[in-house]
Write a protein that binds this ligand. Structure first.
Ligand SMILES: [Zn+2]
Length: 413
């Protein structure tokens, strides 16, 4: 077999994707494999079995990340590929699972080939990417970002702590403090994932080569005026919090076009008016603002511009404004050498591809802090994700898996 003829075993990959999709599935409601739930544990047991069946070396680290290892005794740094198998409640079968199963398949094919590898290869499934306990627990542990405080504070919406949930599965959360890997031990990290957006589907392309993963800031903003009678208060004697919010929302496009980039987005996704009656002027508007871009300088500029805009509107309308920063995540650039290896793979395979950015967060964003990182996207039908309606054509899944395989082979030889 020449390098160019190297391909994943489509039938085996399909059987594995189908088998994993049945684990944690509830009839008509999608998949429930939230971190360290029964569904997640069943998925983990399945993966371990598949790794051992394939003759690869199984390994589990302190954060309960699961690995298949090929060529583990090489003294060179590892090339790691993977994603996560945990899901949001009612999930589809592709988010995360695709990246793990395709990484395993790529290692199996390389194991069966006679290709000589210069690096150890690892397929990984990271713990709690989706955030039952905050998100990206496994990748953060590897990057050394999990602290005793993190472990102390991590709990789910029902108040179950990460430590208790892990203990219930005979796992010790404290071990995550020892899961950190030295940057010198990782040569590259690759993640194959569904796009979770509409771009590839609309363009009819099989592969997206990710250049950057967007950063974001998320605020909760409160505009406070005066609740009053809708009939007796003249228009010029009001402090209407919703009017302030509406004016601010109307300024979003202007702020983005003046201070943003073509990649910038800003979203008010949640609004709460108080007191919330048809015949009362809203005294208070509480709303979210989610702003994203791939450039941290632009994010800072946008943050200033939105604050100025809010302050001007509030002053003119006699409103008080306060905001709380709910989260801030820095954007990440993918590594140029990994990205060009992906480029060579799609050219070798003759797969139609384009470059794009990731608007969603991924483990890759965390690992990029310690290792050269690249991401490969396949289309999401109509951009749908975090829903049982997630769907990608099999030919695109094959294209993604083969691109991952060829990129791993290039990086490892
Ligand atoms: Zn995911």
């Amino acid at each position: 077999m020449t390098y160019h003829e190297l391909r994943i075993n489509s039938e085996r990959l399909r059987e594995d994707m189908d088998a994993l999709a049945r684990i944690g599935r509830r009839e008509n409601h999608g998949i429930y494999r939230m971190a360290f739930s029964e569904g997640d544990m069943a998925g983990r047991a399945w993966l371990r079995q598949r790794i051992e069946d394939s003759g690869l070396v199984f390994f589990q680290d302190g954060a309960a990340n699961l690995y298949a290892r090929l060529n583990p005794n090489a003294t060179t740094p590892s090339i790691i590929a993977g994603s996560h198998m945990d899901t949001v409640p009612g999930a589809g079968h592709l988010d995360g699972a695709l990246g793990v199963v395709c990484a395993l398949e790529a290692l199996r094919v390389l194991n069966e080939s006679s290709i000589e590898l210069k690096h150890p290869l690892e397929a990984v499934s990271f713990s709690d990417e989706e955030g039952r306990f905050g998100g990206m627990f496994g990748s953060q542990a590897i990057a050394g970002l999990v602290t005793p405080e993190y472990l102390h504070n991590a709990s789910d919406l029902d108040g179950i702590t990460l430590s208790d949930a892990m203990a219930a599965q005979d796992l010790d959360a404290g071990e995550a403090l020892h899961a950190q890997r030295h940057p010198d031990s990782i040569h590259a990290y690759l993640e194959l994932h569904i796009e979770q957006g509409p771009v590839l589907d609309r363009k009819g392309l099989s592969i997206g080569i990710v250049d950057a993963i967007t950063g974001l800031f998320k605020w909760e903003i409160a505009l406070t005026g005066m609740a009053n009678h809708a009939g007796t208060t003249p228009m010029d004697m009001r402090a209407d919090a919703f009017q302030g919010l509406a004016e601010f929302a109307g300024q979003i496009d202007r702020v983005l076009s003046e201070y943003g980039s073509p990649h910038s987005t800003a979203t008010i996704g949640r609004v709460e008016l108080t007191p919330g009656a048809a015949n009362v002027i809203p005294g208070r508007a509480l709303f979210s603002l989610d702003v994203r871009d791939t450039d941290s300088h632009i994010l800072n500029t946008l943050s200033d511009a939105f604050r100025r805009t809010l302050s001007t509107i509030a002053r003119r309308r006699d409103l008080m404004f306060e905001f709380t920063v709910l989260s801030e995540i820095a954007p990440v650039q993918c590594d140029a050498s990994v990205t060009s290896a992906i480029e060579v793979s799609v050219q070798t395979l003759g797969i139609p591809a384009t470059h794009l950015n990731s608007g969603a967060a991924h483990d890759a964003q965390i690992i990029a802090g310690i290792a050269p990182t690249g991401m490969i996207f396949v289309p999401s039908k109509e951009g749908r994700s975090h829903s049982a309606a997630e769907w990608t054509a099999w030919k695109d899944i094959e294209a993604g898996a083969n691109t991952l395989l060829h990129t791993l082979k290039q990086l490892a030889t």
